[in-house]
Write a protein that binds this ligand. Structure first.
Ligand SMILES: Nc1ncnc2c1ncn2[C@@H]1O[C@H](COP(=O)(O)OP(=O)(O)OP(=O)(O)O)[C@@H](O)[C@H]1O
Ligand SMILES: [Mg+2]
Length: 578
């Protein structure tokens, strides 16, 4: 089953910390062994001290007990700390592995999956595993060793009584097994319902403006309430099951103790058992209740952690849609020739690009226009290899981009898209995102080219001003200019502007446009635009319609042809929509 696969992967995660684990195990065995001695000491006190009235023995036993508690404390520290150490390291590894995998997954994963779902796997599921590793394993080992030790001791004292009390164990085991299976299923639903809560929260926060604008707060509150209620129900169901299991096991254990007291008492009266032995025996049997009861809880927690692990492995098993080849080479400095060689592409069944052939010379500025949904964004997304063509290939300087290392390719491509995302950091850090080693002079230089310097220095803390999570305290045009500065600083050989100016009013557009023209100089540039007026100065315009290139030429040439470009131009008022 999938469990076996998971177990193997868990083993692989644990292997680097084998040394710590072994040490922790030794501590755990020592702790349980030491606590097992205590009922035995009680037997010695009753039989040897109280009945024989031996004072020297009393002192000795008490000293021994003190020593045992002390040692137990030391080992107990060892087991807790070592296991916590292992758990933290494993979680650390798991988290970075998961994150590394997530950040290498193709864009389409993030388009498909919801942010909250991903966040939930990184937080809820991982902390579930952390808890189980830290406390669950210690509990499991200590309790199992204790149970085994107790069984050994009681058999040593009296096999007949032991057999009677143990005959009640399978019943308990059966109960535990049945409930732990149910708990695993419930565990998965609890995590799932938590994930859907997180999803709603992150969706609403991400789209807070839309929610407020459409006065949909109430609707969102209701949606949250429903999910919250679902989560409550599943959690309560789990709690009920757990709460039911504890007393059940306890009652079974208590009944056996009472029966043993009755049966063993008769044996003492008959002289077949010493009083100390009976007391110790009962002590051990009572002692077995706690670890047994705990074990049932641990099994359910273990099942929950396994469910969480399954969810994490599920993500880690998602194939990378743009895999890097084993022998991928580092892309040399790009000159800037970009060729689409008979490229077709589809996200699912429906083809979005169909047989695109396009040759772009180094330093050429290409305008890309076409109706909404024509495939413009998709076309330019193929250049940094966000997706691989379904057919044909994209070549840069004659090299098929599937043959080069992704980072070496993307580092040389600058992208400014319509929705600019700024990180919750200073403006300086945002500009230097692609090149953290940039000097302040370089950053200012880039900001100047992007027409951003002037407004940045007017901000309260200048370049050290922190922008909100999505740069909410800057205007669209200002954010756009920061994004342009970011692209400039990276000094890419190929630039992609996907409607970088379409959200701006004409004044900011003019400023940004000016910045763009300065940046484009000497670089191969793809300029996706809705407003045709922004394309007056490009070298060549490519008109896309329904995934095909239908026209190509300069602004004037295309107007003369009176084709699709001309129609779009007329639609925008004959002057490009100003
Ligand atoms: N991640 C995706 N998964 C599935 N289909 C997609 C995805 N992204 C885009 N599409 C589809 O591919 C087609 C082309 O989309 P694309 O974004 O390239 O168009 P566009 O020309 O950039 O349009 P616009 O001018 O509106 O930005 C559309 O029909 C769109 O629905
Ligand atoms: Mg688009």
């Amino acid at each position: 089953m999938e469990n076996r696969g998971s177990a193997k992967r868990v083993a692989k995660l644990l292997r680097p910390y084998l040394y710590h684990i072994v040490l922790a195990l030794i501590c755990m065995v020592a702790v349980s062994g030491l606590s097992l001695i205590l009922p035995w000491l009680v037997k010695e006190i009753i039989d040897k001290v109280l009945i024989n009235k031996d004072l020297r023995m009393l002192n000795l036993i008490c000293l021994l007990a003190i020593g045992i508690y002390f040692l137990k404390g030391v080992f107990s520290f060892g087991q807790e700390y070592l296991m916590a150490y292992v758990a933290q390291r494993v979680i650390f590894d798991l988290r970075s592995k998961l994150w590394r995998h997530l950040s290498r997954l193709s864009l389409s994963f993030f388009v498909r999956e919801r942010g909250g779902e991903i966040i939930s796997r990184l937080t809820n599921d991982i902390s579930m595993i952390e808890q189980t590793l830290t406390y669950g394993v210690v509990d499991l080992v200590v309790r199992s060793v204790t149970v085994i030790g107790i069984i050994a001791f009681i058999f040593y004292i009296n096999w007949e009584l032991s057999l009677i009390s143990l005959s009640l164990l399978p019943l308990t085991a059966l109960l535990i097994d049945k409930y732990s299976k149910k708990m695993r299923k419930l565990g998965r639903s609890v995590q799932d319902s938590l994930a859907s809560l997180t999803t709603i929260v992150s969706e609403v926060i991400g789209a807070i403006k839309v929610v407020k604008a459409f006065a949909a707060s109430d609707k969102e509150v209701q949606r949250f309430e429903e999910a919250n209620l679902r989560s409550l129900r599943v959690s309560l169901k789990g709690a009920k099951l757990r709460a039911f299991l504890s007393p059940l096991v306890e009652i079974v254990a208590a009944l056996s103790t009472i029966f043993l007291l009755w049966y063993g008492g008769r044996k003492v009266i008959a002289g077949k058992l010493t009083p100390g032995e009976l007391v110790a025996f009962l002590g051990y049997v009572a002692f077995i209740v706690t670890p047994l009861k705990g074990l049932s809880g641990i099994f359910s927690r273990l099942q929950q952690a396994l469910a969480a692990l399954d969810r994490i492995f599920e993500v880690m098993d998602l194939p990378l849609e743009v895999p890097e080849r084993e022998d991928a080479m580092v892309m040399p400095r790009i000159e800037g020739e970009v060729v689409f060689d008979n490229v077709s592409f589809s996200y699912d069944e429906e083809p979005v690009l169909k047989g695109i052939n396009l040759r772009v010379k180094p330093g050429e500025v290409i305008g890309v226009v076409g109706p909404s949904g024509a495939g413009k964004s998709t076309l330019v997304d193929l250049i940094p290899r966000f997706y691989d063509p379904t057919e044909g290939s994209v070549l840069i300087d004659g090299v098929d981009i599937r043959r080069v290392r992704l980072d070496s390719l993307r580092r040389q491509i600058g992208i400014v898209s319509q929705e600019t995302v700024l990180f919750a950091a200073t403006i300086r850090e945002n500009i230097a995102y692609g090149r953290p080693d940039a000097t302040m002079d370089e950053i200012v230089e880039a900001a100047k080219i992007a027409n951003a310097h002037d407004f940045i220095v007017k901000l309260p803390n200048g370049y050290d001003t922190i922008v909100g999570e999505r740069g909410v305290n800057l205007s669209g045009g200002e954010r756009q200019r920061i994004a342009i500065a970011r692209a400039i600083l990276a000094n890419p050989r190929i630039l992609i502007f996907d409607e970088a100016t379409s959200a701006l009013d004409s004044e900011s557009e003019r400023i940004v446009q000016e910045a763009l023209e300065r940046v484009m100089r000497g670089r191969t540039t793809f300029f996706v635009a809705h407003r045709l007026s922004t394309l007056r100065n490009v070298d060549r315009i490519v008109v896309l319609n329904d995934g095909r290139i239908v026209e190509e030429g300069t602004h004037d040439e295309l107007l003369e042809r009176k084709g699709l470009y001309w129609k779009l131009y007329i639609l925008q008022g004959g002057n490009g929509g100003i």
